[in-house]
Design a protein around this ligand. Structure first.
Ligand SMILES: Cc1cc2nc3c(=O)[nH]c(=O)nc-3n(C[C@H](O)[C@H](O)[C@H](O)COP(=O)(O)OP(=O)(O)OC[C@H]3O[C@@H](n4cnc5c(N)ncnc54)[C@H](O)[C@@H]3O)c2cc1C
Ligand code: FES
Length: 263
């Protein structure tokens, strides 16, 4: 069932120079990994993961364009629309898991890490970002996981990518969950499949309706908003577009934007 509400923002926390968390009162059941559509009046509607689902509710947003810039300029007391929840979530199994988190991907993965921790599942975590200042949820992950950090510029932890430290970290875990830049997830999925470790990854595509109707989010015939955003390693391995193509706002297939370095 779709719930549509207009909410007041209660609190805003600056997480990094480009990322803020917005807390609000919203009570519907949601599984870690599911998303909502956030409406910024007069500007845009955008898909966002719930980054806090237990003690309080919130979304964590990177300022990348018109809609997210408008959200970043809001103050506590301002109103936004929310509809959802939509999509599927992570299905966590086993006694020990590895979470591989890149950039804003922590917004999707953190509630899954919290759920695992509540169920006494041990969590190892590889957290990557461009710089120390852009490491998202460092304290939250430090408290909940056996944490290793990588930064592109070497300002904290391993100098390089989160993928560099994952090969070793995959030993002895029952499954891997990941969310981050698609080239990073592609590498992690290939690594996990090679090692025979089950993996689930959350994909980002251009979403318009979030309801499975418009087709803007399709990857190899599957709708990210309904069959995803979380897909298994087997599904991702069969997607020809995964790690290669994205779609623009009019649904046209285009080569995936890659960061300057390869993961
Ligand atoms: C399931 C899902 C969960 C997401 N969760 C988060 C989250 O928790 N935090 C977060 O910061 N971001 C999240 N995103 C990405 C976020 O939706 C986009 O960054 C946002 O919509 C950009 O809007 P904009 O107007 O600021 O940018 P624009 O100026 O419109 O575009 C900037 C970039 O964002 C992409 N984009 C624009 N609109 C959409 C859209 N409707 N859907 C997907 N991509 C879009 C564009 O392709 C472009 O690369 C998620 C995306 C998906 C699909
Ligand atoms: S966003 Fe419309 S079908 Fe997925």
């Amino acid at each position: 069932m779709t719930n549509i509400e207009i909410l007041e923002i209660d609190e805003i926390v600056v997480e990094t120079p480009t990322i803020k968390t917005f807390f609000f009162d919203w009570h519907f059941d949601i599984e870690p990994g599911q998303f909502v559509m956030i409406w910024v009046p007069g500007v845009d509607e955008m898909p966002m993961s719930l980054s806090y689902i237990y003690d309080k509710r919130g979304i964590t947003v990177r300022n990348v364009g018109e809609g997210t810039k408008a959200l970043h300029s809001m103050e506590p007391g301002d109103r936004i629309g929310i509809r959802g929840p939509y999509g599927n979530g992570y299905e966590i199994k086993g006694e020990k898991i590895l979470a591989v988190v890149g950039g804003i991907g922590g917004a999707s993965v953190l509630p899954a890490v919290e759920k695992a921790s509540r169920e006494n599942i041990e969590v190892d975590c590889a957290l990557g970002a461009k710089t120390q200042k852009e490491l998202l949820f460092l304290d939250r992950l430090y408290d909940l996981t056996n944490l290793k950090v990588a930064t592109d510029d070497g300002s904290m932890g391993h100098p390089g990518f989160a993928t560099d430290i994952c090969e070793e970290m995959m030993k002895g875990v029952d499954m891997v969950i990941t969310c981050g830049p698609e080239p990073m997830m592609k590498r992690i999925v290939q690594m996990a499949i090679h090692k025979g470790v089950p993996i689930q990854a959350s994909l980002e595509r251009y979403l318009k309706c979030g309801l499975g109707l418009c087709g803007s989010c399709v990857i190899d015939g599957e709708r990210v908003c309904v069959e995803g955003p979380v897909f298994t390693g087997e599904e991702l391995n069969n997607f020809e577009e995964f790690g290669k193509y994205d779609r623009d706002s009019s649904g046209r297939k285009k080569p995936l934007e890659r960061p300057k370095q390869t993961y």
